[in-house]
Design a protein around this ligand. Sequence first.
Ligand code: SF4
Length: 371
Amino acid sequence: MKVTESPLLYAYDQSLDDWVDWCGQRGFPKFMAKQLREWIFAKREKDPQLFTNISKVAREKLSEEFDWSLPSVDTILSSEDGSEKLLFRTRDGLFAECVVMPSEGRTTLCVSSQVGCRWACTFCQTGRMGLTRSLSSGEILSQVLLANEKMAESGQKLVSNVVFMGMGEPLDNLDGVIEVCRTLTDPKLFGLSKHRVTVSTVGLVPEIERLGQEVAVSLAISLHSADNAHRGSMMPVNRKYPLEVLKQTLLEYPIQTRHGITFEYVMIKGENDSIAHAKKLVKFLHGLKAKVNLIPMNAHPGNPMEASEAERLREFQKYLSDRSIPAPVRYSRGQDVSAACGQLATKRMEDLDLEPHKVARERKKEIREGN
Ligand code: SF4
């Protein structure tokens, strides 16, 4: 398959330091670096010729040397609940997804941080793909720009909340994710507060510590079981970082929201939804400021797991709330449009008879051969 990739540097990948270096090397004033970032992320302008406080010579160089295109959107699926899933293609021809979820007073964007994922959690569609590669910081930020462009066109509220709950394990892409979080929470750029940016992880302990030290945005943990052996059977990461190690790290994480840390708990029929499981969960959460999101399993083809029955879900929820643990039931938005992360990208790859590793390998070969 022929894929296209611009040989130019990607404008949205450039950090403040990168722009300072570039300005210095080209003989432009270094203060221009901040102006460029403001044009890109605060004013959302993607044509450098319209950067009116930048000299004409610099504008020409910016057009010549950088790729300013946002990812190309392959498919948009609109859900009855108002959310929209955007399947986009990266510059090297891979598919990834983001979901825009407008609701009263806010617009939440769920971004992908990787194409695929290496962790192979048994209930997850993205895990079936394996990891192809991490997305760059610019590829993540451009999902926010893409969503904002869409919201502005339809006169809706721009993205106010960002959650890293799309494809991939964000903390396996820590440098990129930290750069994105800094840009999102910079008051002169996107200006989102830290409690409106949530990084969701399966629990990579050293990376959680570094995230807390460097940017301390809100944290969500994909937990799904509070029993080591059981969690290890569903989530291989637990064999590396068992629950007691994870808990110690969470006790030290700088908390951003009034609910503390959010725990995601996918309710799977007959798997993790008994009162015995709820008891273990309460025990694990003791001492932590926590909220638990109970998410009925979003069934997908090729996986026999199903959502817990409504009665079981209610009993589980009541057990937690009777012990003062907030436990709202959260339905994955856009269920009618394959909103479970990775579902649409996997389907599209299959429709086009593409295999992500093969696409990446072919592209590397093309680059080596100078195409
Ligand atoms: S749940 Fe998250 S960490 Fe697990 S396979 Fe899916 S994307 Fe990866």
